[in-house]
Write a protein that binds this ligand. Structure first.
Ligand SMILES: Cc1ncc(COP(=O)(O)O)c(C=O)c1O
Length: 325
């Protein structure tokens, strides 16, 4: 493992060690067959059902790894993050498992159910500001004033290693998989998954999916440098103005292609998965399915394709047509 973003690379054995480190606290989520998606796409499709993970998304994997490796003295002081979504819940439960104090900063308009869920996992919630950036400033302040360790939502080596264990499980369960389709927000998930699956077989094609209403990673890859974009997607999980530095470097070297489609198509795919597959997925998790349904994944007929259903934490109020995750 190296420290500079340009060279940051994890090997298959790094992921195997990480998986062993966190194994007792996570579920090995299933790869489900989907006849309908297979027929519609012409591929052999399996769904990595990470919506069944503890806390309802892959977001507990990274923090569990980070805390397992954290020096005792840092653990005693505690950790802080800013998120109103899956990262908050992942950090909260992972910290509880490791006996660490966790503070989660959220904007004052955070959804009450998300505040309650984060508190229920044992974290202290601090409400500050009106948007994530302001909540994040508060988190940084707590790093300075209380000596807490900041846990980044996606751009962190140990976090990426943990999230990538999801990719390791895919190749363990389906060693001859041809392609993996993964949603992209800040890029932590795809960074880990791409290195894990290519560590198993460099020929596995890795395809990322973003909302075209906020394609921060795609834009950066096209520009050849990290770009800050005007992000309009309302799908939380996919909503970032700037992808992570480490993740951008990994994506440049390990990801074959990024496709993007509008929020509306992703929302329709979310309903499609619920209706046809009987699985509750959130918007970010439906993005890879949307890419398949819209023919954006171009592979030889019959290819073995794993689709990452990254989480299922959907606010049901939003399903009633008001807005959505
Ligand atoms: C369910 C879900 N899927 C995908 C993503 C995107 O992951 P990343 O930011 O690591 O690219 C997130 C991020 O929060 C998420 O919550």
């Amino acid at each position: 493992m190296t420290q500079t973003a340009d060279l940051f690379t994890l090997t298959l054995s790094d992921f195997q060690e990480t998986r062993a480190r966190i194994a007792e606290h996570i579920k090995h989520t299933p790869l489900l067959t989907s006849r309908q998606l297979s027929e519609l796409s012409g591929f052999d499709v399996r769904l990595k059902a990470e919506l069944f993970q503890r806390v309802g998304s892959y977001k507990i994997r990274g923090p569990l790894n980070k805390f397992a490796l954290m020096p005792e003295e840092q653990k005693r002081r505690g950790v802080v993050c800013s998120s109103a979504g899956n990262h908050a819940q992942g950090v909260a439960l992972a910290a509880k498992i490791h006996g660490i104090r966790a503070v989660v900063c959220m904007a004052t308009n955070a959804t009450p159910s998300k505040i309650a869920a984060t508190k229920a996992y044992g974290a202290e919630v601090v409400l500050h500001g009106n948007i994530w950036d302001e909540a994040n400033e508060k988190a940084k302040e707590l790093v300075r004033t209380e000596g807490l360790t900041y846990v980044h939502p996606f751009d962190d080596e140990q976090l990426i290693a943990g999230q990538g264990t999801l990719g390791l499980e895919i190749v363990q369960d389906w060693p001859d998989v041809d392609a993996v389709v993964v949603p992209i927000g800040g890029g932590g998930l795809i960074a880990g998954v791409s290195m894990a699956v290519k560590g198993h077989n460099p020929k596995i094609r890795v395809i990322g999916v973003e909302s075209s209403d906020g394609p921060a990673m795609k834009r950066s890859v096209e520009a050849g440098k990290l770009e800050t974009i005007d992000c309009r997607t309302i799908i939380d999980g996919l909503r970032v103005r700037r992808a992570g530095e480490l993740n951008f470097s990994v994506v440049q070297r390990f990801v074959d292609e990024i496709v993007a489609l509008p929020d509306r198509d992703i929302f329709d795919a979310m309903l499609w998965v619920m209706e046809r597959c009987k699985l509750v997925v959130e918007g970010a998790a439906a993005a890879p399915v949307a890419a398949l349904l819209h023919g954006l994944v171009r592979l030889p007929a019959g290819s073995r394709v794993a689709v990452v259903l990254s989480g299922g934490n959907l606010n049901l109020d939003q399903l009633r047509g008001l807005s959505w995750n």
